[in-house]
Design a protein around this ligand. Structure first.
Ligand code: BEZ
Ligand code: FE
Length: 303
């Protein structure tokens, strides 16, 4: 028996040689690819895929189960539902890609997963306006600034915001054409922004398909920690796709898509109905919350 590299079970040397010869032959089959990047990607994919197979050593039945699972992921995907991205999200592959493409830079705000619920052409909201747009939930006053890593304000930065309502649904999930819980605003002359939203609450990712079955089979919850999505863009600066999370939320350490970063966990301050909000708005005797989020954009090109 040859010593097993990594976590690979020990196999007799003749067997290991046979397996390695196959990997080499498949990698070699891409040698003529003109596109160098394609050659690199496929060669690496083959090495890792065979490494996985040689470590796990699936039975042919297990291989078939894997194929059936991926087939179901494909069949669940359509123009409205992207089950492959959900699979990537729940395996941490989306967050790894976000990490690779948003390298830490000075005090730039950290990025997190995009998710499937962003919509182009959300309504424009004035500074101090309301992105809730009738979404049920507790009113939440959000304010902050957009600056670059030199501390300079970014007036006019475009701030897109979207969130689920207190029932755990984005507007597009209601299927009745409503627009609520989303909007965009332009930062003011000092890079400042402020708006009303609803206090974020936890909700499950779509879990009635194969990804949901994988989560259930592994004892994982589909719940996402409560959050409010942001996408901030400005010329000459790296586009930031991120969320803020609610300090104290019990789901922070088991977010189903691994999106939580400590720097994005914010204090959502609770206010009782008898406290007057910063803009004096009449909240119909409802409690409300407030949060501050100061955005720092890294240099780069908008995407
Ligand atoms: C979201 O936060 O909207 C989301 C992210 C990943 C998967 C599903 C939903
Ligand atoms: Fe979300």
């Amino acid at each position: 028996m040859s010593p097993a590299p990594d976590d690979r079970p020990e196999v007799p040397p003749e067997q290991a040689a046979r397996e390695e010869e196959l990997v080499d032959r498949v990698v070699e089959s891409f040698a003529g690819a003109e596109d160098e990047r394609l050659r690199t990607v496929l060669s690496s994919l083959v090495r890792h895929l065979h490494g996985f197979l040689r470590e796990v050593r699936p039975t042919e039945d297990e291989w078939k189960q894997g194929i059936d699972f991926l087939t179901a992921v494909g069949h669940t995907t359509d123009a409205q539902r992207q089950e492959f991205i959900l699979l990537s999200d729940t395996l941490g592959a989306s967050m790894q890609t976000v990490a690779i493409n948003n390298e830490a830079y000075a005090d730039a705000t950290e990025a997190t997963v995009f998710g499937p619920f962003f919509v182009e052409d959300a309504p424009e909201v004035e500074l101090g306006g309301d992105v809730a747009g009738g979404a049920p939930g507790q009113p939440c006053w959000v304010e902050g600034t957009v600056r670059d890593t030199g501390g300079r304000p970014v007036p006019g930065a475009r701030i897109e915001v979207w969130e689920a309502d207190e029932d755990g649904f984005y507007d597009v999930q209601h299927g009745d054409g409503r627009t609520a819980g989303r909007g965009w605003l332009a930062a003011g002359p000092e890079g400042e922004f402020r708006f009303w939203a609803v206090t974020p609450t936890p909700y499950p990712i779509p879990h009635d398909g194969p990804v949901g079955r994988m989560l259930a089979a592994t004892g994982r919850s589909p719940m996402r920690a409560s959050h409010l999505h942001f996408m901030v863009t400005a010329p000459g600066l790296r586009t930031l796709v991120t969320h803020i999370f609610v300090r104290g939320d019990e789901l922070l350490d088991r977010d189903s898509v691994f999106g939580v970063k400590e720097s994005l966990v914010k204090d959502f301050v609770a206010h009782s109905a008898d406290e007057t909000p910063p803009d004096g708005r009449d909240l119909d005797d409802r409690d409300w919350s407030s949060v501050r989020f100061d955005v720092v954009l890294a240099p780069g090109e908008p995407t």
